[in-house]
Write a protein that binds this ligand. Structure first.
Ligand code: ITT
Length: 185
């Protein structure tokens, strides 16, 4: 098994990534190193800035990920601000913002992962998951906006799924599949 560090403060993200990368014989180790998350217009920019900061301070293969939920009816809000918005208003606040909206509740989760190998080469992979925001919080699993997000063609929220199941549908599962495809090449 090869060690791969996942620089993140988020235990939920770590569980999902570790569960998926074991397929490629990676032992994922969570490292809460902390890196500045710049105010940027895209998840890619946040990740690229994070990589350059970490590369100067950490010298083993690692990955980082930036993710967010983009809600159509709110002009893609909270998007790159998802972490702050979750901290300030949570799922309840999002449900309130969509109060009275019956049909147009489409949303997309996006994930961008940067993988830095032992030669310090940087590879970036993106993934997304379309779905909609439910009318109430349902489920106890997962983290963040999971209780209000229902992926397309499903009738349960991410918070009602196991890690395995969520990884099959999710933005993170999708970007990790692309990373796995690259690693296996
Ligand atoms: P890092 O240390 O890895 O940056 P973080 O929690 O700050 O951890 P992000 O910057 O990627 O992670 O923040 C995105 C926020 O969007 C996150 O805090 C959640 O509230 C939400 N989010 C991201 N992916 C999610 C998922 O799979 N399910 C539910 N909410 C998610």
């Amino acid at each position: 098994m090869k060690d791969l560090y996942f620089i993140t403060s988020n235990k939920g993200k770590y569980k999902e990534v570790a569960n998926k990368l074991i397929e490629a014989d990676f032992k994922v180790i969570q490292k809460n190193l902390g890196y500045p998350e710049v105010q940027a217009n895209s998840l890619e920019d946040v990740v690229n800035f994070g990589v350059s900061y970490i590369l100067e301070r950490f010298h083993k293969p690692f990955i980082i990920e930036d993710a967010g939920i983009f809600i159509k009816n709110l002009n893609d809000f909270p998007g790159v601000y998802s972490a702050d918005v979750f901290y300030k208003i949570g799922c309840k606040g999002i449900l309130k913002l969509l109060d009275g909206i019956k049909k147009d509740r489409g949303a997309c989760f996006k994930s961008v992962i940067a993988y830095v190998n032992s030669d310090k080469q940087i590879h970036v992979f993106a993934g997304e998951c379309f779905g909609h925001i439910g009318f109430e919080e349902v489920g106890d699993n997962g983290f963040g906006y999971d209780p209000v997000f229902i992926p397309k063609c499903e009738n349960k929220t991410f918070a009602e799924m196991t890690v395995d199941e969520k990884n099959r549908f999710s933005h993170r599962g999708n970007s990790l599949d692309r990373l796995l495809g690259f690693i296996k090449e």
